[in-house]
Design a protein around this ligand. Sequence first.
Ligand code: GDP
Ligand code: MG
Length: 336
Amino acid sequence: MGFFDKIKKAFTGEEVPEEVTTEAVEKYEKGLEKTRKTFSERMNELFANFRSVDEDFFEELEETLIGADVGFNTALRITESLRQEVKLRNAKKSGEVRNAIIEKLVEIYEEEGIDEQNALNIQPEALTIILFVGVNGVGKTTSIGKLAYQYRQEGKKVLMAAADTFRAGAIDQLVVWGERAGVEVVRGQAGDDPASVVFDAVKQAKAEQTDILLVDTAGRLQNKINLMNELEKIKRIIQREIPEAPHEVLLVLDATTGQNAMVQAKQFKETTDVSGLVLTKLDGTAKGGIVLAIRNELHLPVKLVGLGEGLTDLQVFDPNEFVYGLFKGLLTTEEE
Ligand code: GDP
Ligand code: MG
């Protein structure tokens, strides 16, 4: 399928699976509006100032990409391959250069994502355990609450474990989400051993034939060794009961923190085996380039995106749809 066909397909609604309601699609579109608009604006500005394909142009392109949170290394890499591409095609006119660039961006993005598994690893007939990790304030507890609600709506039996025992407030917050979502929370006292809370939760989940157990964890990173030990201990406790669990270890990242989120991700990858990402607050950022940076530099699939603070503001993520969305605005003015 050609590039333009893909764009068309992604936006004519043909590819929207039946179980996704129109409302969900609208929400998704709306949540990502800011990101997309600004990304296209930045790129359009670059093309509006286009004079000729020279070093200045490529430098500006690099700056534009960095400004959109694509990340330094990725921006350099992309610009380098674009230099070659533009030369190869002997592109000179603004429209030609623009198309060469956009097509190349999408191509790089697709190449990097070839073995990516974006769907959550859910056990259809058995208990699925999902561990959430990430620094404070990124949206772990909120995402767990939203996900619990979604699975409940689907008729699944859900349980949450408040293993962020670092602060009493963190436990209470999950309990509030539990009330909202109509899902029970296994909890201890502040200061308790997080692994013991998880132990209790796994026991209960097994006894009650729970479908999904969502585990909240503390996110202090000041002491990497401590955090690593704690997460390892939690995993060991889980694995003693269910050897192939946790089925997902989701690292939660706040999209509005841009490159800082990338740094956190690299640290967490060293600390524990992360199976995927939850990218929160995409509704609040104008710099969608982070999605490109994640794919190029982290090689971790984004599995869920947070698009607001409400119960229903968590969505599965379609990377291709997202990236075509970023460039959609650029293609409509293609003919000047
Ligand atoms: P935690 O420390 O990682 O557990 O983070 P919290 O779940 O407590 O979230 C921190 C703040 O981010 C809260 O005020 C949330 O309402 C907010 N938040 C979380 N996810 C999103 C999102 O997708 N969009 C927006 N706008 N806010 C979010
Ligand atoms: Mg929390």
